[in-house]
Design a protein around this ligand. Structure first.
Ligand code: 4AD
Ligand code: MG
Length: 451
């Protein structure tokens, strides 16, 4: 369908051509002398309107009611000018074949279903425009295919990180890491992974650091897991994270890289996914194009943790979680900073973050964006062995478990820094979706055991 309707004249250049389309019936209107079938093949947002009368071979299947919404069909016909106002061309059908019928209980009907409802049908929601277009991950060599939003974002993330980090290496991150265990896989390996307890990783960072401290700049991209309360609109128990790790780099290098990276991806999406963006702007979030354009071009505001606490304390607003120096920022605080104050604040310090000279803060940063809050979290890593050991002791963490991590500081330690960007949060941000569960095909949350 994209090959016909994706061009500048929306198919008029294909008039008279004979073609075959295979796809799924979106709607069917049977009138006294003519039947209209809207068929979608997943190649683009548009359906192909197929017009047939009793002269078409296989028309009896329409008459008998075996072709219904959701059915898969094969049609052959000729491209003709459409009488309707919604499309330039339609297909005058010579032959129609039912490939697979659809049970009448097919839950995706023409009437727009709520996203909450579609979440309960995660195996079928790719059949809707909203979800189908965003998760069309198949590689294609047709430039006319448009339903590629998720893969465009992925592609741009990888392309831009490669451009910015010329000697980049992809590291395979180990599923075993020194992290708390999470039992949300289908198979519970936690107690017995070939005779040992196993863990799902919260981040590929520590592993990536081993490569960064050997090969300089690297990144890792893979699934990560969190057992934190994920009953919010921006937390998943399983999400994908891209994590660049830069050697011979400090926090400023890290922030500069994160800013340039995010802005490049946003610009890429605005330039290359115009149709998708119009769709999101119309159906999902009316301000999304403006918001992305603003972020792509503005100077990102940088404020320190202390400044953020100051700003929040002076805010003429009652927060559910009171603000005081030392506290972790909650969503409401991030929203105030990005939506009411301006833009830019770190969460509570992890053991690996480099201690600042003031002795009470660390070289860490969070990048916050409107509606979402934290999109990127990063830091300069503690490269000094004695500081790192002292920190592990303070936090009563078992130093023996980190022997290999400490070894990086034993043998040719370098200043290094990195960050993590949550892929689904980026997709959520870029599409304007309200809930992160609609930015991933199968959201894993406490409430989603069936998928
Ligand atoms: O701030 P976080 O926890 O950072 C790390 O894991 C570091 N080890 C990254 C690094 O420096 N290499 O997570 C980074 C990002 C967040 O900013 C957010 O975008 C995303 O990962 N994220 C989540 N996304 C969805 N659901 C969750 N539960 C998430 N937790 C973090
Ligand atoms: Mg964070």
């Amino acid at each position: 369908v994209a090959d016909v309707k994706g061009g500048p004249d929306q198919g008029l250049d294909k008039l008279g051509q004979s073609l075959v389309i295979t796809g799924w019936v979106r709607t069917l209107r049977v009138q006294s002398s003519v039947t209209f079938v809207e068929i979608n093949d997943g190649s683009c947002l548009s359906n192909m309107q197929c017009v047939m009368d009793s002269g078409a071979e296989g028309y009896d299947q329409v008459e008998s009611g075996s072709i219904t919404t959701g059915a898969s069909i094969w049609v052959q016909g000729v491209v003709v000018e459409s009488q309707g106002s919604k499309q330039k061309v339609e297909l005058k059908v010579n032959k129609i074949v039912l490939v697979g019928k659809s049970d009448p209980s097919f839950p995706i009907q023409k009437k727009r279903a709520s996203r909450e409802f579609l979440r309960t049908k995660a195996h079928l929601r790719p059949r809707t425009n909203t979800f189908g277009m965003r998760w069309h991950m198949l590689p294609t060599n047709s430039s006319k295919r448009m339903g590629l939003f998720g893969s465009q974002v992925l592609l741009s993330l990888l392309q831009i990180v490669r451009e910015r980090i010329p000697n980049s290496h992809e590291t395979a991150d180990s599923p075993v890491d020194a992290i708390p265990k999470v039992n949300n896989g289908l198979i519970d390996w936690s107690q017995d992974f070939f005779g040992k307890p196993a863990f799902l990783t919260v981040s590929g960072q520590l592993n990536a650091e081993t490569y960064a401290t050997a090969l300089s700049d690297v990144y890792t991209f893979g699934p990560t897991f969190r057992a934190e309360n994920s009953n919010t609109s921006r937390h998943l128990a399983e999400f994908w994270m891209i994590e660049p790790e830069l050697a011979f780099a400090d926090l400023n290098d890290d922030m500069a890289c994160a800013t340039a990276y995010l802005q490049s991806v946003i610009r890429y999406v605005l330039d290359n996914c115009k149709e998708d963006m119009e769709f999101f702007n119309t159906w999902i979030d009316k301000g999304i194009i403006d918001r992305l354009s603003d972020l792509a071009n503005r100077d990102v505001v940088q404020i320190t943790y202390t400044e953020a606490i100051d700003l929040l304390s002076r805010a003429n607003k009652k927060f559910e979680f009171p603000v005081k120096w030392g506290c972790d920022l909650q969503s409401e605080h991030e929203r105030y900073i990005t939506e009411e104050a301006f833009g830019g604040c770190p969460d509570i310090k992890a053991f690996y973050m480099r201690q600042n000279d003031d002795g009470r803060t660390v070289a860490a940063m969070d990048m916050l964006v409107p509606k979402i809050g934290e999109l990127i979290g990063g830091s300069q890593r503690e490269e000094r062995l004695e500081y790192l050991e002292a920190r592990l002791d303070d936090l009563k963490l078992n130093k023996d478990a980190y022997w290999w991590y400490l070894d990086l500081r034993r043998y040719g330690s370098v200043p290094h820094a990195g960050f993590g960007l949550g892929f689904e949060r980026l997709v959520q941000f870029a599409t304007g979706m309200d809930n992160i569960r609609d930015a991933i095909p199968f959201p894993r949350t406490p409430a989603s055991a069936e998928f």
